[in-house]
Design a protein around this ligand. Sequence first.
Ligand code: HEC
Ligand code: HEC
Ligand code: HEC
Ligand code: HEC
Ligand code: HEC
Length: 438
Amino acid sequence: MFLALIVLFSAQSCVKQGPMGLTGANGKDGASGTDANETCKMCHNPTKVDLIAEQFTLSKHEYGEASFSEAGTIGCDPCHTQEGFKYVVKNNVSTAFVQDPTTKKYSNPYATIVSAAYGPLTCGTCHSEIHNTYTSSDLPSLTTVAAVPMTMWGGTKTIDLKADGGKSNLCIKCHQPRPFTNALTGNVLDYNALATTTGVVYDGNPKGATNIIKPSYRTHTHYGTVGAIVGGMGGVEFPGALPYTSSAHATVASCENCHMGAKGAASDLVGRAGGHTFSAAGNFTTCNATGCHATEITATNTTFWVNPRAEIKTLLATLAAKLTINGVEIMNRNGDSATNLWFGITTQNYDGYLNVYDPITNPGAQTWNSSSFKYVGTPPATWNQAQLDYNATLPVLTLSNAQMGALINFQLCLREYSLGIHNFAYSKALLTNSIAKL
Ligand code: HEC
Ligand code: HEC
Ligand code: HEC
Ligand code: HEC
Ligand code: HEC
């Protein structure tokens, strides 16, 4: 074919042909190939990759929009995009905060680079060797199961869940909280100081020289709180009646055990849960299938489901009720199921944000809380006069170390979604000791 083309080309361009060259030596025999179609079918068949790809469409990894909306934002993309995730894993990007020698201010280095800040979360995010050899050894080959130096602690604490070959660490690399930073130093907030010293993080004066937090509606623990709760670290550990221990789940169960069925096999799908949907919602087969719980757990089991969840729900409501200043709640409510990711977890529909007036980022503020706190600092130029006038009538927010610590614990325990199933002992201790502290 190639030769024919050259001949054709030569003829058309009418170049005079030279004499024929010498015949070259024979090439080496190639290794005999496998039947390509057979290797493909090992994975590309209705019970394996094809089915898993279908399940995956029910996973928020696939249908969620954050990989699209956050593309190009290098600080967000280690967790929100495929290439960003692969970049931080491959380069072992440090989570230790870096101090500028001149300004003495700290900054967070945990980021990808602009040219690797994109890509929806697909199979290749977690499986690093797809189509590497086209043999069965390409799967599962997880991208990482290494211990996770936590970004929220600037890497000074590490989560390493060893159950099930450390596979939870894959999930926790992303499902971990982002750091709260100290507004004066830029370093991670000192949770130990919040837990054990008196003082204020915000004195109510936007120009106050000692304020280490500038509170806003968005002063929050980022969504991935599950990893910190399952790992039994990540809270503000006020000394108190309950010790900070972990339930058995932290050591004997993995994320996969409960969220994907025993091994993430295709047959583990239950409704819109299990397998590669990654959802645990309404799926009790995993509690029983792994041989962990001797008596079968169902949605009506009081000891292992109804009662512990009711207890955490009550503790959340009690803590939120204590987090008030002159009757105004610090924690925000949002009764809109479309915008509140934690809708229905508490009766009051708290969402973990702060109840600080902000008509742009939190237009529902006046709808769900009876009153809000005044916006901290100078409102954005886009506010209209009615918004400015309303804001001026609102009470001023102040936050003590204890209130700040307690609200962080509230956010962690609300946003882990399971009302204590992930790590009942740890959630209960954080909430109970916070309530006692206030
Ligand atoms: C070890 C398992 C495995 C083997 C063997 C395998 N594949 Fe795949 N292949 C996958 C996975 C996993 C995906 C990603 C599926 C998805 O995104 O839905 C994939 C995706 C694909 C895609 C879609 C690519 C894209 O970018 O969307 C094609 C085409 C494909 N494979 C062809 C083949 C062919 C042809 C063979 C045989 C020569 C083969 N595969 C062998 C696992 C395998
Ligand atoms: C590359 C980072 C990353 C990894 C690794 C990862 N996740 Fe996720 N996960 C996310 C992000 C980001 C979302 C939310 C996506 C969105 O909303 O666009 C999410 C969503 C989810 C959800 C749905 C949450 C909801 O509110 O409905 C579950 C459940 C989940 N992940 C479980 C897991 C499990 C289990 C593992 C480990 C097997 C895992 N994830 C690994 C980043 C990751
Ligand atoms: C350390 C990992 C990590 C980093 C860094 C991170 N996120 Fe996330 N984010 C997550 C995880 C995990 C979830 C989903 C958690 C869940 O549903 O339980 C999430 C959820 C979200 C959601 C909610 C999506 C939805 O389901 O509606 C938004 C919005 C979001 N992140 C924005 C950002 C932005 C903006 C940044 C950067 C400023 C950022 N994230 C940085 C881990 C991270
Ligand atoms: C002991 C079982 C168990 C383990 C271990 C576990 N989960 Fe869960 N998880 C649950 C249950 C139960 C829910 C609540 C499901 C519901 O909505 O009813 C849940 C909820 C979630 C949610 C909210 C979305 C959803 O599916 O409802 C995310 C995200 C999540 N878990 C991530 C993780 C991650 C990441 C790990 C590992 C660090 C993990 N989980 C470990 C049982 C578990
Ligand atoms: C969020 C991470 C994550 C994503 C995304 C993901 N997987 Fe997996 N997958 C896992 C984990 C964890 C396991 C279990 C590995 C184990 O048990 O050793 C697994 C197991 C598998 C297995 C082996 C299961 C078995 O029983 O043979 C296959 C095949 C597979 N995944 C294919 C896919 C395909 C295809 C996609 C995309 C449609 C995908 N995975 C997306 C995490 C992921």
